[in-house]
Design a protein around this ligand. Structure first.
Ligand code: GLU
Length: 509
């Protein structure tokens, strides 16, 4: 029988969630849904020195915004609770002990100072020190000390760590679903710390024990964890859990737009795009990092472009619904090479999704901005405005800039347009246009257009000058949606007032 697919996203709450982490979670989610499996959120907070206040809440909120739901995990619960490693502290000790008993691990008592001395010694010989199968026999650990000495040290509460005991010169084979077979020799691997005398496991022990206990079937995670994988594979062997060991898939890195290195926290704001899903206020430094949500991205657009950073369905199509992604996704089609972040493409996707989003939905959010600015208009009006301007927006945050004149008169008039289009005859012509507008009924875009055009033609006026001057009066600049739509939306009285005001300001008598 095929085993149930159970995958997990296992972030450490050390700060805001990097967009690469969001992609890892997304791939896990797609894989779980495709296989009718379970997607689990496990918080890996064993390294208390790196714990950051608010990071866990941030992670949960980010996935809520993105519409990625977990089946089990922190804040949800499930059969394998608790899902926060600090709440599982008591579980790990016995596994560390089991490894020691089976001679797969050992106590190491070397103090930080002692380790420093050895490290410096190696450096002096232009070598790098690694606590491993070759060096451990010269260190202070339960392999070199007598059992009585070890007992004494333990009884006197001497701080220790438990290290994994890699066998010498052994090949470890990893069957990665993306990279296929990866082989590493244990001579190159260090005896990683698994457990510390303060009662805390390290990432490696907790991660493997929890993946086993939570019956995780596939570990899909970032490439940065590939070097740790031989240890994990060996831990499964040491515990005798090889039969149920998860399959591994290590995802390619997200690279800077120029392909030079990993996309880092600093790149985003430097290059003009967020690296985090939501804005993050660092509690320690008070630094603010921008977020996709606050920058006006549509969650579905973020999902769509992230899905394609490192994976493609092998077809021309670029816009995918979540359902399509779920059915098309395949780990085998994930590329081995890093994926370059492409800001223009991200913008393009967001533009497409803004066009696909219902006006009523965009209007709901936009109305919040309007209320903050003191405008309280019927939502149907806001919806109509959104319908007229959304094609000009790459981000929802641009709605105001693209449509403020539907709510308030312009505060200034573009000098360049004045110079080019505002002729000595313009005020007079505009006064006649006011008279004409006054007679138009019903005041609809199509009728206004027809009447104005006829008038301009009959009177042999310059269409470009008049139209641009009129736009200048109403909008303050030379661009914007269809002029007659604006006129009919703001209605007759407001249109006339704006024209009169502009004449007074631009051509005072
Ligand atoms: N806690 C690790 C992280 O922060 C999880 C790595 C894994 O998925 O095994 O990325």
């Amino acid at each position: 029988m095929k085993k149930e697919v159970r995958v997990r996203f296992a972030p450490s709450p050390t700060g805001p969630l990097h967009i690469g982490g969001v992609r890892t979670a997304l791939y896990n989610y797609l894989f779980a849904k495709q296989n009718k499996g379970k997607f689990i959120l496990r918080i890996e907070d064993t390294d208390q020195t790196r714990f950051v206040e608010g990071a866990e809440e941030y992670i949960i909120e980010a996935f809520q915004w993105l519409g990625i739901e977990f089946d089990e995990g922190v804040a949800i619960g499930g059969d394998f609770a608790p899902y926060r490693q600090s709440d599982r502290k008591s579980i790990y000790k016995k596994y560390a002990q089991e490894l020691i008993d089976k001679d797969w691990a050992y106590y190491a008592f070397d103090t930080p100072e002692e380790l420093d001395v050895v490290r410096k010694d190696f450096e002096a010989q232009k070598k790098n020190f690694q606590y491993d199968c070759q060096t451990r026999s010269n260190m202070r650990n339960s392999l070199t000390l007598s059992s009585n000495q070890v007992k004494e040290l333990l009884d006197s509460n001497t701080p220790y760590v438990v290290r994994f005991k890699f066998p010498a010169n052994t090949e470890v084979h990893i069957n990665d679903m993306i990279r296929k077979e990866v082989i590493m020799n244990t001579n190159l691997l260090d005896d990683k710390v698994l457990y510390k005398s303060d009662g805390m496991p390290t990432y490696h022990l907790a991660n493997v024990v929890d993946d086993h206990l939570m019956q995780i079937s596939h570990v899909i995670r970032g490439e940065e964890w590939l070097p740790s994988c031989p240890l994990h594979v060996m831990l499964y062997k040491a515990f005798g859990w090889e039969e149920t060991m998860p399959e591994f898939a290590h995802l390619p890195l997200l690279l800077k737009p120029d392909g030079n290195g990993k996309l880092s926290k600093r790149d985003g704001d430097r290059l003009g795009f967020p690296v985090f899903p939501l804005e993050w206020h660092d509690p320690k430094t008070n630094e603010i990092s921008s977020g996709y949500r606050e920058k006006g991205y549509i969650p579905k657009a973020v999902i769509n472009f992230l899905a394609l950073l490192g994976w493609n369905a092998g077809i021309e199509q670029e816009i995918f619904t979540m359902e399509e992604l779920i059915s098309l996704f395949s780990i085998e089609k994930i590329s081995k090479a890093g994926a370059k972040f492409d800001l223009d493409k991200a913008k393009w996707f967001n533009h497409q999704y803004i066009q696909m989003t219902q006006n009523s939905e965009l209007a709901k959010n936009f109305n919040q901005t309007l209320i903050e600015k003191g405008f309280n208009l019927p939502i149907t009006y806001v919806e109509e405005v959104v319908g007229l301007i959304k094609e000009r927006c790459n981000f929802t945050t641009e709605l105001w800039e693209q449509g403020y004149f539907f709510f308030t008169p312009p505060e200034a008039y573009d000098e360049k347009i004045i110079k080019k289009r505002w002729k000595p005859t313009t005020p007079n012509n505009l006064i006649q246009i006011i008279e004409l507008l006054d007679t138009i009924e019903p005041f609809s875009s199509a009728i206004i257009e027809e009447k104005l055009h006829n008038y301009i033609e009959e009177n042999q006026l310059n269409m470009g000058d008049i139209m641009n001057a009129l736009r200048l009066c109403l909008v303050g600049q030379g661009k914007g949606p269809h002029l007659y739509d604006i006129i009919s939306m703001i209605e007759k009285k407001e249109t006339i007032e704006r024209i009169n005001k502009a004449i007074q300001i631009i051509s005072p008598q």
